[in-house]
Design a protein around this ligand. Structure first.
Ligand code: CP3
Length: 351
């Protein structure tokens, strides 16, 4: 067990969940997107010889990999070790994750007939996911587990492009060339994402994050018309579960007010926008999460320390602040630096 073993050890009362709701906290909570993974030697050792998606479906591995960074860094939350394409694979999409590349589809989404390849996700398709979450939560004690899913646009981009894309041209061509098919595709993806979040929360996750990693590639007009309604649908679908919802994208400065209004308790802010500007734009209706530039973890410690202080100062203007990076941990990051950042955030904000 990692968390305190006390009668009142309740992740629903943890700094992460409280900050997400704008309640007073004993210290600013901190966790890192991609905290589990290649920056940790113990992860690389455990993953050696196992395909990524296979690892994601193996409860022994998922449990251990999810817990590794919590033990090492003493972060305020675990993030479920999985991937945004796991629910797609679970409903039968032929997808693999290629090392150094990302998700790759055998047959990209091309037309209306391909909608049939995206049936609803039902819990019996992912019993291992619920099993992994239950085991992790048992080990975590008072430390919350963050579940997650990919937002419809980011998932649609992988499906339509067939893999990672620099320009998202096929995706935008479909969005504008056949708006009805685009709408139908994203509606299906919204149902799948919401079901994946629900499985994680019902098994014990204390918060969820919706990753719309590629939303920053869109104009605001396209985002509002073609994407936002589908992200709203996912977030609305899990509202009854009563766990905080974190909404995150990259390069989303122009979209922040729309994303904040999509039905979330926390807005994830990437490093391109200062928290001061983000808070000014979105007001006090949501808490903020972020936003240390992951590349700055390679700079000298005094630079990092100054950045952490700046971000904590800026974040204090929000109703609640969860310290994080502005995007995921880069694979070559020195994990010792991550641990020091956690200690520093805790020291500077202890109340
Ligand atoms: O610690 C955590 O944050 C939890 C794990 C997590 C993974 N993927 C594990 C993973 C999370 C939250 C994700 C989500 C995810 N997957 C997103 C959204 C978040 C983001 O970073 O914007 C996206 C866009 C994907 C798609 C994906 N999967 C990419 C781009 C890659 C990297 C490809 C590469 O090798 O560079 C993956 C693979 C992946 N997902 C890895 C991990 C730890 C690397 C697998 C390995 O160890 O080789």
């Amino acid at each position: 067990m990692i968390g305190r073993v006390t009668a009142d050890a309740d992740p629903a009362d943890s700094p992460l969940v409280r900050a997400a709701r704008g309640l007073p906290v004993e210290h600013t909570p901190v966790w890192f997107m991609r905290q589990a993974g290649r920056s940790l030697p113990e992860y690389r050792e455990l993953r050696a010889g196992t395909n990524m998606l296979q690892a994601c479906r193996t409860p022994d591995l998922v449990t251990e990999i999810t817990l590794q960074p919590v033990r090492r860094h003493r972060v305020d939350a675990a993030v479920f070790f999985s991937d945004i394409v796991v629910p797609l694979q679970a409903v039968g999409v032929d997808v693999d994750i290629e090392p150094g590349v990302g998700p790759v589809m055998d047959r990209p989404f091309r037309g209306r007939e391909d909608l049939e390849r995206l049936p609803e996700l039902t819990p019996d398709m992912v019993p291992d996911i619920a099993e992994s979450v239950r085991r992790i939560v048992l080990e975590l004690g008072a430390t919350p587990l963050v579940g997650f899913a990919g937002a419809p646009f980011t998932l649609a981009s992988y499906l339509v492009e067939g893999g990672p894309s620099r320009n998202h041209e096929e995706t935008k061509a479909l969005m504008h060339g056949d708006p009805q098919l685009w709408h139908d595709l994203c509606s299906r993806l919204a149902v799948i994402s919401a079901a994946f979040l629900r499985v994680q929360v019902e098994a014990g996750a204390s918060a969820v994050q919706l990753f719309d990693s590629w939303a920053g590639f869109l104009s605001r007009a396209d985002y509002v018309r073609h994407v936002l309604p589908h992200s709203e649908a996912v977030l609305a679908d899990v509202a009854d579960l009563q766990v905080p919802r974190i909404h995150f994208g990259v390069g989303t400065g122009e979209l922040l007010t729309d994303m904040a209004g999509a039905g979330c308790e926390v807005l994830g802010v990437d490093y391109r926008v200062s928290l001061t500007d983000a808070i000014e734009r979105v007001g006090q209706g949501v808490s903020v999460q972020g936003n240390l530039d992951p590349a700055l973890l390679f700079a000298p410690w005094d630079v990092i320390e100054q950045e952490v202080r700046r971000i904590l100062g800026e974040g204090s203007a929000a109703r609640g602040h969860i310290f994080n990076l502005g995007h995921g941990v880069l694979p070559d990051t020195d994990p010792v630096v991550l641990t020091r950042v956690v200690q520093l955030v805790h020291e500077l904000t202890a109340r």
